[in-house]
Write a protein that binds this ligand. Structure first.
Ligand SMILES: Cc1ncc(COP(=O)(O)O)c(C=O)c1O
Length: 397
């Protein structure tokens, strides 16, 4: 079969692939500790599940308006005002089938051949591929532990060209777990103000933030930028609702109209039942979120201290999301049974084969010295996984 060229321009999501590999091994009875998951290991809170059940019984089982039901749009509008002081109307909100879908829609509505999109690296795996699918060119700004995985205004200014169409910001960040402060966002925003490109603010981890840090996005920090900011968010991570597939974008009404038009010819509305559940998630009690954050904070402290205690491994204390991004590059060049490990993929393969630990090689995120471990994993499994990695590193020559 002759498939369209665009299929060959992208790769399948490596994070989903690793997770699937670990799950498949587990299904065969192999005792794998999986650090690959990009989703909370908690159940969706009861009140949200109840709202979905009620929605089914009340007959909310039909097509919804393409860009989202009015009650969900209103809940999102109220949330944006309550949490961020940002005002939107229904014409400035579009609900989609997950934040990934919202991001896809934005890139399809905005980007075409010749356009450049600036992406800080390490980055979430789907950003570059979505840009490529839309015909654009990703332009990476490299960061590392020294800069706490954050771009500087100077780096941004250097990356901007007349072709720059958008900048993607993701704070707290997947995979590094870094978060920008208000001052840092202001400095980046000051650079953006001098030019005319969109800022895509992926706020999906906004509530999973630690050490007393307060989340703000760039539109809050510099309200002059708001007309050029597309805020992307969703219920997946905050409310343990990854399978429900509800995400949304708040932006200028011209962009929202374009996204809604495209959605009318692709997915139509997101699931009616999941939309009702999302209304409860966003408007109801936020207590389950606070409990989840407390548990993640405990696990983060433990996993970071265990990793930093391993010879040659350095791990920055992430401030958000549920990932750590340790630097394992000191093991590159070492070998096991004569086989040399020279990059993050070979290290991940070695761990899976020899000690049955699954993690995502950093190369998937544009950072080959590192690997991503999710601590959306029970404390018991984190402890066992750390023991295994420690042993695996000791066994290298
Ligand atoms: C940074 C980031 N953005 C967006 C998403 C997509 O979330 P969803 O499509 O489940 O709403 C993810 C999920 O892994 C993510 O890590």
């Amino acid at each position: 079969m002759k498939l369209a060229d665009r299929v060959n321009r992208i790769k399948p999501s490596p994070t989903l692939a690793i997770d699937a590999k670990a799950k498949a091994l587990r299904a065969q009875g192999v005792d794998v500790i999986g650090f690959g998951a990009g989703e909370p290991d908690f159940d969706t809170p009861v009140a949200i599940r109840e709202a979905a059940k009620n929605a089914i019984d009340a007959g909310f089982t039909r097509y919804m308006p393409v860009g989202g039901s009015e009650d969900l749009k209103d809940a999102i509008i109220a949330k944006m005002k309550r949490d961020h002081g940002l005002e939107y109307t229904r014409e400035e909100v579009c609900v989609s089938c997950g934040a990934k879908h919202s991001l896809y829609n934005i890139s399809q509505a905005l980007i075409q051949a010749g356009d450049e999109v600036i992406i800080p690296a390490p980055y979430w795996v789907s950003y570059p591929d979505q840009v490529v699918l839309a015909g654009g060119t990703p332009v990476f700004i490299e960061t590392d532990e020294k800069s706490v995985f954050k771009i500087t205004p100077e780096q941004l200014e250097k990356a901007i060209t007349p072709r720059t169409k958008a900048l993607i910001l993701n704070s707290p960040c997947n995979p590094t777990g870094t978060s920008y402060t208000v001052e840092e966002l202001r400095a980046i925003g000051q650079v953006c103000l001098k030019y005319d490109f969109m800022i895509i603010s992926d706020d999906i981890y906004e509530r999973l933030i630690y050490d007393g840090l307060v989340f703000k996005n760039i539109a809050q920090v510099l309200p002059e930028l708001k007309p050029r900011v597309a805020v992307v968010n969703g219920v997946s991570k905050t409310y343990a609702m990854t399978g429900w597939r509800i995400g949304y974008v708040c932006a200028d009404k011209e962009l929202i109209a374009a996204i809604t038009k495209m959605q009318s010819q692709s997915t139509s509305s997101a699931s009616s039942v999941a939309q009702k559940a999302a209304v409860e998630a966003i408007s109801g009690s936020q207590e389950p979120v606070a409990d989840m954050v407390k548990e993640f904070e405990k696990r983060r402290a433990y996993i970071v201290s265990r990793l930093n205690a391993m010879p040659g491994v350095t791990c920055f204390t992430s401030t958000g999301a549920f990932y750590v991004f340790p630097n394992f590059s000191s093991v590159y060049g070492k070998s096991f049974n004569g086989k040399v490990i020279s990059n993050s993929t070979e290290f991940a393969d070695y761990l899976l084969e020899e000690v049955r630990v699954a993690l995502v090689p950093g190369v998937a995120f544009g950072g080959d010295k590192y690997a991503r471990l999710s601590y959306a994993v029970s404390m018991e499994n984190i402890a066992e996984g750390m023991d295994r990695i420690e042993e695996a590193i000791k066994n290298l020559q």
